[in-house]
Write a new protein. Structure first.
Length: 135
């Protein structure tokens, strides 16, 4: 009986942690189309195996402009309702995945739980980015 009572808090913590993690898993997107023809697209995929991928696309809408793509990948974990992103410089960064998400943090918006907001990142244009969970 004592063993059950001692294990109960650990079981509850495990269940709560798993439920928290499942809330974040999914695909997030944001698209901005300016009247000047500029297009900005952000896509974040947070996977159940604690990995993520990020894709940023930009076209400035000029005839001579080229499409710009920036990608990143790595792992993530939740600490006190905040998701922390990590990129292993040796294994996650290559010619396709060049963004280093280490020191990037985000969480769901307090009012709308489908909005995910990066509130800190060393990638200056990621910080303050808000994207919508689409599934």
């Amino acid at each position: 009986m004592k063993t059950i009572i001692l294990l109960l808090p650990f079981l509850l913590i495990s269940i709560v942690s798993k439920a928290q993690k499942n809330n974040y898993i999914g695909n997030y997107e944001k698209e901005i189309k300016a009247i000047t023809g500029e297009i900005f697209q952000y896509k974040l995929e947070i996977n159940a195996d604690s990995t993520f991928t990020f894709h940023y696309f930009r076209n400035i809408g000029q005839p001579q402009s080229i499409n710009e793509n920036s990608c990143g990948k790595g792992t993530w974990k939740i600490i006190k309702n905040i998701i922390h992103f990590y990129t292993d410089a040796e294994n996650d960064i290559n010619t396709k995945y060049q963004l280093n998400f280490t020191n990037s943090k985000g969480r769901f918006d307090h009012k709308d739980k489908k909005l995910f907001r990066f509130y800190h990142s060393d990638i200056r244009w990621i910080e303050k980015l808000t994207i919508l969970k689409v599934d």
